[in-house]
Design a protein around this ligand. Structure first.
Ligand code: FES
Length: 192
């Protein structure tokens, strides 16, 4: 049986087109392209493995400088990919929260229970309505704070008071207060 492989190899070496690219060049280019695609396929799982796992994200914490937040101001931050509200209450807002009889509350909690001792003026809550998870208004300047001066969720009309407690509307519980701690000088908080 005749062996044609030598003739085929000769074709590869000698078959040259007008542009000066011979068939061997084409084969080399094709091989490099295939290697490039293979390389991508290898790199992707490595990158994928470098991304933080759900466990790591769940354990991550957020540090915030709260020293510049003036009474009546709030900031929106992000904690574990969810909105976080940090609000410096005015004396009137503290008074309003403390004057509310617990019997009037759907989810009875005092302002003191929802803040840290010595820092009752700093309210730290998730910015997630406890009804169906919308982001309430009231943290940014000029936003509707609802009938109780705290936060208002326009999705279905939940009103939260100055301590972030649910007062009216379908939300079943107060805005969640995450775990957090103050730095020794009180200028920062670490959430999570
Ligand atoms: Fe806020 Fe429904 S999600 S009231």
């Amino acid at each position: 049986m005749a062996d044609n492989s030598g003739a085929a190899a000769a074709d590869v070496v000698t078959d040259q087109n007008e542009g000066g690219v011979d068939r061997r060049d084409f084969i080399n280019i094709a091989a490099i392209s295939a290697a490039g695609i293979g390389g991508l396929a290898v790199v992707y799982p490595l990158v994928s493995q470098m991304a933080p796992s759900a466990d790591v994200l769940a354990e991550s914490s957020t540090e915030l400088d709260v020293s510049a937040i003036q009474p009546g101001q709030a900031i929106k931050a992000v904690f574990r990919k969810q909105p976080l509200f940090v609000r410096r209450l005015t004396a009137e807002e503290i008074q309003a929260a403390n004057a509310t009889p617990l019997g009037e509350l759907r989810d009875a909690q005092t302002l003191a229970e929802r803040t840290k001792e010595g820092h009752n003026d700093l309210l730290v809550t998730m910015g997630v309505c406890t009804h169906l998870g919308c982001v309430p208004l009231g943290a940014a300047e000029g936003e509707n704070k609802g009938e109780f001066g705290g936060y208002f969720c326009p999705c279905h009309g939940s009103h939260y008071d100055t301590a972030g407690r649910i007062r009216k509307g379908p939300a079943p519980t107060n805005l969640e207060v995450p775990e957090y701690a103050f730095s020794p000088d009180g200028a920062k908080i670490t959430v999570g």
